[in-house]
Design a protein around this ligand. Structure first.
Ligand SMILES: *Cc1c(COP(=O)(O)O)cnc(C)c1O
Length: 357
């Protein structure tokens, strides 16, 4: 979507992303870094983020072939791993656009075209994609047989590394180590996501760490790491400011009643932009130096803010997320979701602006 007159914008500090990557690298003992830029880099902008960090990272990864093609079309040169499922429809695109496939099922060995590079994916407990540990010898034989394909790596994925004290994460870690005994020739081994990299300093992070949320400045669970810098700030302006009287009700279903005569600001941002409706009557936004409560149900295109006695001018800046306002952890907690979803909710109607600080 073309935003000629955007009602709100996110500001992304690209050097924060670089600094976060370097810190994650340092904390994990200098491992290679795979930057996960799927879903438009969690809506931070996959092309802009990838181009900025390209020289700092070793690999990039996306969820879908289309996401990989977009990066190649914009001139991104680094190796790109596609986490998704290869099909007869998309197999040729891996070759055309030099994308590395994930082989997570025996059929994929025949789906992919000659010369395609791939990583093997083993399911050590995520229960989503990947071979079971019991298939390791069968998979090894298939890999050896299919020399028409190029095996470049092997990986697995943690289910519970968000939680810093998970026994299951340790179980997965050990299961993967056992699988690796069958694949000693594979040059690149990776398993840790942001949660594992930040919460489990004692784990073997193998050759490479995969980070999506971490490089954007957040940990994936509830543990907030102060050493990561939040890269994104979301701002809008007060579209209208009006007087409101005690007892007046606001928005759909009239869930909010004005406690005292004062002022109400209408902000032109709603769930159509990515403010979860579940934040209705919970969110607080920053205007000037103060936090103000959001009032009534969030609508598709607007939400309202109760200003009390303060009458602000129309056009006054309102910070929804980041800086001294609520951060994405606060949003996730209040909305009952995770930080990943807070970001991926942000729709293309929100303009993206970048700076190199
Ligand atoms: C999304 C994803 C990641 C990145 O997870 P973060 O918590 O953002 O670091 C890593 N690996 C796989 C397989 C993924 O799907």
């Amino acid at each position: 979507m073309r935003n000629n007159f955007p009602n709100s914008f996110v500001h992304i500090r690209l050097e924060s992303v670089t600094r976060n990557i370097l810190k994650i690298k340092e904390k994990t003992g200098g491992k290679k870094i795979l930057a996960v830029v799927k879903c438009d880099a969690y809506r931070h902008g996959a092309v802009e983020v990838s181009k900025h960090i390209e020289e700092t990272v070793d690999w990039l990864a996306v969820a879908t072939v289309d996401e990989g093609i977009e990066l190649r079309m914009k001139g991104v040169k680094k190796p790109i791993l596609v986490f998704g499922i290869p099909t007869y429809d998309n197999a040729a695109a891996y070759i055309t656009h030099n994308l590395t496939a994930t082989i997570s099922h025996v059929t994929h060995f025949s789906v992919l075209m000659d010369g395609t590079g791939y990583h093997l994916n083993f399911d050590t407990g995520m229960g989503r994609l990947g071979f079971s540990p019991a298939q390791r010898e069968e998979v090894r034989a298939l890999a050896v047989m299919n020399q028409r394909l190029v095996c470049k790596g092997i990986y697995s994925h943690y289910a519970t590394a968000d939680d810093p004290g998970s026994d299951f994460a340790a179980t997965q870690h050990d299961r993967f180590k056992e699988i690796l005994a069958s694949f000693s020739e594979i040059p690149l081994v990776h398993m840790s996501n942001t949660g594992a990299a930040t919460n489990y300093p004692g784990f073997d992070h193998f050759d490479m760490v995969r980070t999506g949320l971490g490089m954007l400045g957040y940990n994936s669970g509830e543990t907030r790491h102060g050493w990561l810098e939040h890269a994104l700030t979301w701002k809008s302006t007060a579209g209208q400011v009006r007087a409101i009287q005690k007892g007046d009700v606001v928005s759909y279903s009239s869930t909010w009643k004005c406690p005292k005569d004062g002022f109400l600001a209408t902000i032109p941002v709603g769930y159509g932009d990515g403010v979860p409706r579940s934040l209705s009557n919970k969110l607080k936004v920053l205007i000037g130096e103060k936090l103000y409560p959001q009032a009534g149900n969030v609508t598709m295109d607007y939400f309202m803010v109760y200003l009390g006695k303060e009458k602000i001018p129309t056009g006054t800046e309102v910070t929804l997320l980041g800086d001294k306002a609520w951060n994405a952890y606060d949003w996730a907690e209040a909305a009952g979701t995770n930080v990943h979803e807070v970001f991926t909710n942000i729709t293309p109607r929100v303009d993206k602006r970048y700076s190199n600080d």
